[in-house]
Design a binder for this molecule. Structure first.
Ligand code: PHE
Length: 455
């Protein structure tokens, strides 16, 4: 068998995994969920889950990958034949996410264009975003551009080049976001928003908040879809899994946190909290142009910001598409080109309704959700928790946590948080996931029957 190439050193591994992890999940998704699910309460639940669940699951996935040297589909099967199915369920997740991820990537590209072409101020108008996504062709064209660019990069195998560029872009994104967040927080009226974002209000605690935070955690850290297993398979034995996970986690959570600080206080300063907090997926596109319109040099900063976000989105969409393409290549025994074409067809089938779903098909809903929200719900709130649950059962009771602890401790490395790891994997995570999943499935059924929510 061909020897697996590996990342050059620990920094190489961390940067590659962070490139996959940091993306629209942090900048686009985290702030609108935090706004919607009670600000400080959401932030608190998210942070608690990140240091327990997030840490344990990421360490487990990377260790499974490094131990087996295989990608998710084969890794579970190699460790135990009966568990091959888990690799397959994990592989479905990126295939559902990629199409709608590209729709949002298209929105980012559009806003980059708006700012570059000097019409950023027009986008500050409240109706601008609605008009944009309400039209049929334009969002579709940007979606096609985004997925087309991703496919070309994957097809010609120039990810390395993109990764190099993104290594420069990421620090710029961080600096820029911190600057924008500081400006936003200092605006008149923003303090109310800072309070909303930082101070947990226990009235906002609900099962839905926990489910949303958990789904967001998996999504943002690229967990529960086999991706970190693949990354782990390329990791060298002499690098520490524990400290790498720590770094990726701090980086990923840090960027999401700053994005929230950029957007939520701004809702109170330039938007209307009564309506904007519940905006959902459009939030960043509605609020940020208003913020940039008031900022000195805002048009240039806006252009630079959307450029960085576009790069962060591209490194993530490449990682998503790469995963789906390699699954297709293995399963259909076809070449890279054909696999890319098949993935594009899939993206068209799922992506076009997602794009229309916010505009001309807004009235078409499945279990009360538009297409984009529906795909988002199925992947984040249903499939990922299921994959995470089975991964915990698999590690906790089939191969036993000790086998991964041994992997993490390879070469006399000390696994400091092994106690936490074992408890989370065996008890805490599976029990929480079952409780949350059961109540949310019950809620969907309850809603279908009675028309109102139980939670
Ligand atoms: N984690 C990425 C984000 O936050 C999304 C992603 C998920 C990318 C899975 C690759 C794989 O945007």
């Amino acid at each position: 068998m061909e020897k697996r190439s590996s990342f050059t050193g620990k920094i190489g591994f961390i940067m590659a995994a962070a490139g996959s992890a940091v993306g629209l999940g942090n900048i686009w998704r985290f702030p609108y969920l935090a706004a919607q699910y009670g600000g400080g309460m959401f932030l608190l639940v998210y942070l608690c889950l990140a240091v327990t669940f997030g840490f344990a699951l990421m360490a487990a996935e990377i260790a499974i990958g490094r131990k087996t040297g295989l990608s998710a589909i084969e890794a579970f099967g190699k460790l135990n034949k009966k568990w091959t199915f888990l690799g397959y369920i994990a592989a479905i997740v990126p295939a559902i996410i990629l199409p709608y991820y590209s729709v949002i990537g298209g929105w980012v590209a559009k806003y980059l264009w708006v700012f570059v072409s000097g019409s950023g101020n027009a986008a500050a108008n409240s109706e601008y975003f609605e008009t944009f996504i309400g039209a049929a062709q334009e969002p579709l064209a940007w979606f096609a551009l985004f997925i087309g660019a991703t496919a070309l990069i994957v097809l010609f195998g120039v990810e390395k080049g993109i990764e190099k560029v993104s290594k420069i872009m990421m620090p710029v994104l961080v600096v820029l976001s911190v600057g924008i967040a500081v400006y936003a927080v200092c605006m008149e009226g923003a303090m109310e928003g800072v309070k909303y974002y930082f101070v947990p209000n226990f009235e906002h605690f609900s099962v839905k908040t926990v489910l949303a935070a958990m789904g967001q955690l998996f999504y943002s850290m690229s967990l529960a879809m086999g991706i970190m297993i693949t990354y782990g398979s390329y990791m060298k034995k002499e690098n520490s899994i524990e400290s790498s996970v720590g770094h990726i986690e701090i980086f990923d959570t840090g960027i999401a946190f700053i994005a929230g600080l950029m957007i939520i206080p701004a809702i109170y300063a330039v938007g209307n909290p009564n309506t904007d907090l519940k905006t959902g997926p459009g939030l960043m596109f509605v609020i940020l142009p208003k913020l940039f319109a008031q900022m000195p040099g805002g048009q240039i900063i806006g252009a630079a910001f959307f450029l960085m976000v576009l790069f962060a989105a591209l490194t993530s969409s490449i990682s998503l598409m790469e995963t789906v393409v390699s699954v297709f290549m293995d399963k259909f025994r076809c070449g890279r080109k054909i696999a890319c074409v098949l993935v594009l067809v899939l993206c068209a089938i799922l992506g076009i309704p997602s794009s229309f779903g916010n505009g001309i098909w807004a009235s078409v809903t499945i279990i009360g959700l538009t297409f984009l929200d529906f795909f988002d719900f199925i992947s984040n709130s249903v499939l990922m928790p299921i994959v995470a649950f089975f991964t915990c059962i698999f590690v906790g009771y089939v191969i036993k946590p000790q086998s991964l602890v041994d992997e993490i401790e390879t070469g006399n490395m000390k696994f400091k948080k092994r106690g936490l790891f074992t408890i989370v994997i065996k008890y805490f995570a599976p029990i929480c996931i079952v409780a949350i999943l059961a109540s949310s499935v019950f809620d969907v059924i309850y809603k279908l029957i009675t028309g109102s929510s139980w939670l």
